[in-house]
Design a protein around this ligand. Structure first.
Ligand code: DQA
Length: 144
């Protein structure tokens, strides 16, 4: 199974960005953990990050064309982007929305997600382990 792990704005700064909230794991470490687990689970994974919305839209379009599953942390675009939601709505394989923090326990503007209504599943508040849980769930779902 092909899986894209896509990350939105500011997630490249993981490890340095508010470590008390987002943790000390860097984006490079997170990417390596996803790649290592994917190899164990026999998933083909690509971990990508961008601060540019048009690039994210292109990756989601490619995933739609290839029938790839997506693990997506849309970051701030969660709360702002109708365009990203409409791209995600074109996916045919499962989409797992991941948030490192529990967005429902934070500022009120974070409680609304444009993405959740078009996601297959949502994981929030498990730290960077949420990405690994998403990969495990995708692999288990494919086997069942
Ligand atoms: C986030 C939560 C968003 O509200 C925020 O804008 C982020 C990260 C998370 O992973 O907890 O950049 O998606």
């Amino acid at each position: 199974m092909n899986v894209r792990v896509l990350n939105g704005p500011n997630l490249g700064r993981l490890g340095r960005r508010k470590p008390a909230r987002y943790g000390t794991v860097t984006f490079a470490e997170l990417a390596r953990s996803c790649e290592a687990l994917a190899a164990e689970l026999d998933l083909s994974v690509r971990v990508l990050r961008t601060d540019a919305e048009h690039e994210m839209l292109r990756w989601v379009h490619e995933a739609a064309d290839e029938g790839a599953a997506v693990v997506l942390n849309p970051a701030a675009w969660t709360h702002t982007s109708v365009a990203l939601r409409e791209a995600c709505a074109m996916l045919t394989a499962p989409l797992v929305e991941v948030h490192i923090t529990n967005v429902h326990a934070r500022e009120s503007f974070r409680t609304h997600s444009y993405i959740s209504p078009v996601a297959t599943a949502t994981i929030a508040g498990c730290g960077v382990s949420g990405y690994l849980l998403a990969l495990r769930w995708l692999a288990a779902r494919e086997r069942s």
